[in-house]
Design a protein around this ligand. Structure first.
Ligand SMILES: Nc1nc2c(ncn2[C@@H]2O[C@H](COP(=O)(O)OP(=O)(O)OP(=O)(O)O)[C@@H](O)[C@H]2O)c(=O)[nH]1
Ligand SMILES: [Mg+2]
Ligand SMILES: [Zn+2]
Length: 330
């Protein structure tokens, strides 16, 4: 994964500010704090946007952790004109993922919509999509399924690609087909963005950052900590928030190969599959695994073609993961 690069000047400022931060006591600074929004975080450095639209490079005060892109924070300027984030405000919600040691990593806070990006290339992973939909239900936010790079497909293949997601439309999820490479290719998505803080999520290479680039003028993307590796790769390494000219905000996030949403319960999982919610309560056994048990309402619905086999397979897989991991981590 690409390592974030700060300019030499930014690195020097961060080093000086760390020293100041270590010397500060809360009492000295609490009275002088100002509001701000975290635009991007790299390690202990964060870019904070003020309500006036200025960007201030800050460090997190010692022992302050769990700050993520999108968080509202209180920060202060030291005598040396350095920014220090003193506290994080209460958040509406946070999108997290579990690391390999099970530690929970916040990706984006105070969000209202998940835009799950899939593409003609790389091949879509239905399981990943279904995991994100469960997360959206859990966070109580809307989800939009975005099929990108349709310019790579001839017209009939485009139709077939769209048709393979029609069962999601039937469940009430908007499905839009877009391209970042054609004029007006993003229009179907744009209608969903106004008034929302949307997070772009999905596999690496599906075109999340290309979407941001196509929707925002260059000037709106400057001033953030650089993501470039200098090697010609542009893999995103940290979630970054951008205000949209037409209203709303967009958060670009690093691509994933697989997603571990972290703390989950069976109830959350069941709620995240709207087509299964009512059926599950009709199964004969309370702890029905919906496999071969007699009186299983889910299997009966499957046999009648009322639920999509791939969706049920995703549900079963998430349930298995939940049971294997001691009912907490999916
Ligand atoms: N043909 C075509 N290519 C696209 C489209 N959108 C993006 N791409 C290409 O797909 C590749 C990956 O795009 P990115 O925007 O970097 O993908 P990403 O999802 O941000 O990837 P990560 O940051 O690694 O998660 C680039 O070469 C883009 O030019 C599209 O609509 N059509
Ligand atoms: Mg990217
Ligand atoms: Zn059952």
């Amino acid at each position: 994964m690409a390592r974030p690069r700060l300019t030499r000047r930014q690195r020097e400022r961060v080093a000086r500010t760390r020293q100041v931060s270590a010397d500060l006591s809360t009492a000295e600074t609490d009275q002088n704090t100002r509001p701000g929004r975290v635009v991007v975080r790299h390690g202990r450095s964060v870019m904070v946007r003020t309500p006036q639209g200025e960007s201030v490079l800050c460090v997190l005060r010692q022992h302050l952790d769990g700050v993520a892109c999108g968080d509202q924070v209180r920060w202060c300027l030291t005598e040396q004109d350095q920014g220090i984030v003193m506290a994080r405000e209460t958040r509406r919600n946070v999108l997290s993922r579990a690391g390999f040691q099970g530690q929970i990593k916040p990706l984006a806070a105070n969000i209202s919509q998940l835009i799950i990006v899939l593409a003609a290339e790389p091949r879509p992973v239905g399981y990943l999509l279904d995991q994100y939909l469960v997360v959206a239900t859990h966070l109580d936010i809307t989800a939009v399924i975005c099929l990108n790079k349709i310019d790579l497909l001839p017209a009939d293949a485009q139709r077939a690609f769209g048709a393979s997601f029609v069962h999601y439309t039937e469940l009430g999820y908007p499905v839009v087909q877009i391209s970042t490479k054609t004029p007006d290719g993003l229009l179907p998505l744009q209608t969903h963005l106004a008034g929302h803080t949307s997070v772009l999520v999905g596999q690496s290479g599906v075109g999340k950052s290309s979407l941001v680039n196509a929707l925002l003028p260059q000037s709106a993307r400057e001033g953030n900590l650089s993501d470039a590796t200098g090697l010609g790769r542009h893999t995103t390494s940290a979630s970054t928030l951008y205000p949209l000219p037409q209203g709303g905000e967009l958060i670009d996030s690093p691509g994933v190969r697989s997603f571990r949403p972290g703390q989950f319960t069976r109830q959350m999982l069941e709620r995240g599959f709207p087509e299964l919610r009512d059926l599950i309560s009709q199964c004969r056994f309370n702890d029905c695994q919906h496999q071969t048990e007699p009186g299983c309402a889910v299997q009966a619905a499957l046999a009648q073609g009322q639920i999509h086999p791939a969706r049920l397979a995703s549900f079963q897989q998430m349930l298995r993961q939940l049971i294997e991991n001691g009912s907490s981590t999916v």
